[in-house]
Design a protein around this ligand. Sequence first.
Ligand SMILES: [Zn+2]
Length: 169
Amino acid sequence: MDKMTPEQRSRTMSRIRSRNTKPELLVRRYLYAHGFRYRVNVKTLPGTPDIALRKYRTAIFINGCFWHGHSCLKGKRPKTNSEFWIQKILRNQTRDEEVRVKLRALGWRTMVVWECQLTAKKREKTLEEIVYLLNSAFLDKYRKQPQPVVYTMDEEREVDVAAEDFEEM
Ligand SMILES: [Zn+2]
């Protein structure tokens, strides 16, 4: 990746951010198979979460390690143009934090899944953990005072996901 010009890397970035990437489909397929229903790329919530589960008041973001500055091997900064990339990654991290705060204010919790947690070796554990956390989130609703409903999900679009076709994987 170090050999790319900023322009080339920007093009790569736009591709990386494009919808229905394999890591996203991986998580969606697993959740769907386990009975979870959700909406994808929800523009009406802060940060356009990749997956939003209203019943669990949880927004899931599948983050690329490089672009969101994960402290792992994949998140390592390139040696060339490092200042340029550091600034860009810092902006992404700032935005991620702002999105978390906004979601929290709406009574939503944020779950971040890093792409490095979805490699063949770690996938199973990560997916199990997501389900565990979602179930905990659901139980929390009954332990605490209910949150005021600030945001109403669009029922019709949630139903659309029931027809999701995973054959493309
Ligand atoms: Zn990572």
